[in-house]
Design a protein around this ligand. Structure first.
Ligand code: KIV
Length: 277
């Protein structure tokens, strides 16, 4: 049974941590749901993991809505969250509501996620007032990669750690149901988790968070050349797929596939007539 937002929030401080993953298509979503995940994020990491973009800033609302709809067809009984991509909510409340509408109506997700703290508190308020649950995202916010000067850990001195805490409190106050904390010191993840009444979902923020989110392609070993420090491979899908394809190629080359069991029926007399012509 899909977790409701109320049940998700109630897992704050619980012994049973929330486990979230990304997914970007129907078969992956089906597999992730079958494993009992608590929620699926159709993240803008879609751009770099699946669409071959250089960066998440190239991802559009159309991209996310298209892939979210596929995820919703694959995972029919899981809480689904979609990223509001770069520049789809920064302009105005109106723009944020329009983008949210597309993700909910076309993408068929239940909630949206957006990056930023106090600067986006009004956007969160507007989306929540429209009846849509919002997840925040603080720390290393990939849509701001150029401003942050690259992908590295955030909030490591007092001023930036204090700012992150204030941002977290502001988005909680604006109505966010949870917040992702990305690439911050584990001790800070613990402090923020203790101060907030909403669940914190870490990705490189330590074990004290109320839950964890990871990119499916990282944990499943789809990126053989790269693994972020905050992640871990729990299997090697790339290697497994290469092995499977090798078996297929060998079977085709040796004439071992296809076999009689792959054939479709046709009356013998039809073939006899064709052969006689
Ligand atoms: O897009 C993404 O994958 C994310 C992470 C938090 C997993 O935002």
């Amino acid at each position: 049974m899909a977790l409701t937002i109320t049940e998700f929030r109630a897992r704050k401080g619980s012994d049973q941590k929330l486990a979230l993953l990304t997914a970007y298509d129907a078969p992956a979503a089906r597999a992730v749901e079958a494993a009992g995940i608590d929620a699926i994020l159709v993240g803008d990491s879609l751009g770099t993991n699946v669409l071959g973009y250089d960066s998440v800033v190239q991802v559009t609302v159309r991209d996310i809505a298209h892939h979210a709809a596929a995820v919703a067809r694959g995972a029919t009984d899981t809480l689904l969250i979609a990223d509001l991509p770069f520049m789809s909510y920064q302009e105005s409340d109106r723009q944020a509501l329009r983008s949210t509408r597309r993700l909910i109506q076309r993408g068929r997700v239940h909630a949206v996620k957006l990056e930023g703290g106090r600067a986006v508190a009004d956007r969160i308020r507007a989306i929540v007032a429209a009846g849509v649950p919002v997840m925040g995202h603080l720390g290393l916010t990939p849509q701001a990669v150029h401003q942050l000067g690259g992908f590295h850990a955030q909030a490591r001195d007092y001023d930036s750690a204090r700012a992150l805490l204030d941002d977290a409190l502001a988005i909680q106050e604006a109505g966010a149901f949870a917040v992702v904390l990305e690439a911050i010191p584990h001790e800070l993840g613990r402090v923020v988790t203790e101060r907030l009444a909403i669940p914190t979902i870490g990705i490189g923020a330590g074990p004290a968070c109320d839950g964890e989110i990871q990119v499916l392609h990282d944990v499943a070993g789809w990126n053989p050349d790269f693994l972020p420090r905050h992640s871990q491979r729990f299997g090697d899908s790339a290697k497994a797929t290469t092995y499977i394809v090798e078996q297929y190629v060998a079977a085709v080359r040796k004439g071992e596939f296809p076999t009689a069991k792959n054939s479709f029926k046709i009356a013998k007399k039809v073939i006899a007539r064709l052969e006689a012509e």
